[in-house]
Design a protein. Sequence first.
Length: 287
Amino acid sequence: MTARLPLSCVAMTASKPLGKFSGQLVLVGAGKMGSAMLDGWLARGLKSAQITVLEPHPVKKVKALARRGLNLNPKGNAAAASAVVIAVKPQTAPEAMPPLAEYVGAATLVVSIMAGRTIGFLEKSLPRGTAIVRAMPNTPAAIGRGISVAFANTKVSVRQRKQASELLAAIGKVEWVSDEALMDAVTALSGSGPAYVFLLAEAMASAGIAAGLPPALATRLARETVAGSAELMHRSELDAPTLRENVTSPGGTTAAALDILMGPDGFDHLLTQAIMAATRRSRDLAG
């Protein structure tokens, strides 16, 4: 039996290829996440000539796309875009936001993936009445396997919400929440979550070494076990507790390990404390 989503969440996937996207799409920031989104859009049929990238330090790949029609740091007067995606670091927002006003018209959708920057901050920084979506993706977006959670302000139309879903679905799955206050916990769980998984692989390797395995072998075993288990969970219709139980024989080696990991001060307790700390930090960053 698969776990149900909270009532405040609705799964969304792209219903059309982005080749159907009309007008101009402005990407502000082409770092790791911005570049991942750019790759996803192009893979889904968006034309280079439809994309404007504002990036002071473009990497070679972005420069190469500019030679094939992508608009990189254009000079002169700008026209209002169909959509603007803000993918800069949150601490650079005060400098990055003011120049965007010339790209934002009455019908422009703005999607921000800046961690911690609230709808309120964005509304103050953009023209009055702008349709804004705040989203939080995560780093598996680099291989099209990310998950983004989004929240829309009251100016976002049904059509624009669908458009935002399609833009975000280019890097993975998309969920929507109806309460912006949930975005801090989203950031703590899925936004920061890949680091927890990588730490698990790191800790498993270290434990294997402590148990006597050669370091290189322990590292390979931990890496492939985490990666393979994640892929199994991705493909399976079973939920995580059932998959765990399927590995665990009563009185066996896995059960002995889980007695430690699932104890009062074990993995569950530590991860809960970690996500609570990350949630608090996300709220602090939002001011």
